[in-house]
Design a binder for this molecule. Sequence first.
Ligand SMILES: Cc1cc2nc3c(=O)[nH]c(=O)nc-3n(C[C@H](O)[C@H](O)[C@H](O)COP(=O)(O)OP(=O)(O)OC[C@H]3O[C@@H](n4cnc5c(N)ncnc54)[C@H](O)[C@@H]3O)c2cc1C
Length: 427
Amino acid sequence: MYLLSGPGDPTVIVVVGGGISGLALGRELAACGADFVILEARARVGGVIRSDQVDGHLLDWGPQRTRLTRGMAELIEQLGLSAQLVVAPSDRDLFVYWGGRLRRVPFTIGDFLTSDIVSAAAKVRLALEPFTGGPDPEESVARYFTRKAGREVYENLVGPLYGGLYGSDPADMVVGRSLHHVLREFGVGRSLVTKLLRAGGRITAPPACSFADGMEALPAAIAASLGTRVRTGAAVRALIRRGPGWSVETATGTLEASAVVLTVPAPAAAHLLKPLSQDVFQRLTRLRYNPLGVVHLHAETELSGMGFQVSLTEPLALRGVTFNDSLFGRTHVYTAYLGGGVRPDVVAQDDDVLARLAVEEFRVCTGYHSRPLAIAREEMPAWDRSWAALDGLRLPPGLHVTANWESRPGIPGRLARARALAGTLMG
Ligand SMILES: Cc1cc2nc3c(=O)[nH]c(=O)nc-3n(C[C@H](O)[C@H](O)[C@H](O)COP(=O)(O)OP(=O)(O)OC[C@H]3O[C@@H](n4cnc5c(N)ncnc54)[C@H](O)[C@@H]3O)c2cc1C
């Protein structure tokens, strides 16, 4: 049994969950000199960010990479992880599969005009985009992109790339929930094309990166920097209101806290909040998660690039592949994602069926033979229409959330949200 602070002096912030959301918040709180503890249910930190050696191959189960944004670069430097950093070569292309072959994604207007990603008619149609209306928060992401750029550009270019970020179907995603903030962040008003022209006709993004020991090196290094303030094997079982603060019950003891921050997936948050608010419980249980089959493949290929997404018009179970070989020099390793919001049915199949689908459809898309190395099933918050359940959500006082279902799910977004929440918590 441990007691961090007496009932009369509960100044400790308890962070529930040791994935990247909880750990990034821990870094920020430590920098502010706050008293806090991170409680993680499992024996290892990182949540969905997991890396393993399988048959001599380094495999990542969750994210294969992140973006080397300024915030990420600073964090890597502070953690002493620079020597482990692996940055993808800048000449690696991204592809979309449709109509029997991989097609290179253009990142400049010039490349778009000469590419085979869409037909000549679809390119001409894009010239009308500046004359179409701006985003309507109530419309679907599919309708927004189709209305703006035409059906072909949506189905074969923007739709698979945007949906792929969430493992979701853009037809089920709503602009006000999942796209508005991205458009705002990039300064897009009414017209995407006008914004692109103002930016020199080129879309740029920070390079993709990982680590020599895989993505898990990042949460592991953050946890190491926080020392005993991170406790693993400490599943939180109950949150109990105590005056202005909280009692946080775990398998091994109770902590008194001035504030509690939940960073756990929505179903786990719903379970913890059920005794406190039926309304919050019901809202959180309405949030949908998309199932993803992750199949690591071994293939000897000449493929060069970041990977590919599959057009929304192709009825494949395979929705995207990361070329770990070409991106980070992980010899012969390719990571196939199946199912998601477009084909959720396939993820319930047996491992043998998932592996066979991955191998067959990898060959359809690339022409190369492969064999399965390992299989897992993951889930991603869908960020679809079910997110309307969060409208008007009122958390109990002294309880906060930073999670991939509450704000942007990508790792750079998790770091940014941690910084903002630490500011709120520290006043
Ligand atoms: C397959 C996949 C691919 C992805 N690809 C990318 C990508 O390429 N780039 C990118 O930027 N992002 C990517 N993401 C998104 C990003 O990785 C996640 O959104 C982010 O890592 C989630 O972190 P989190 O800390 O919010 O949640 P989680 O990682 O889910 O962590 C929550 C933690 O809470 C713990 N927990 C749960 N219940 C309790 C409890 N009662 N008590 C204590 N602890 C508890 C869990 O054990 C877990 O460790 C991907 C995600 C997935 C699943």
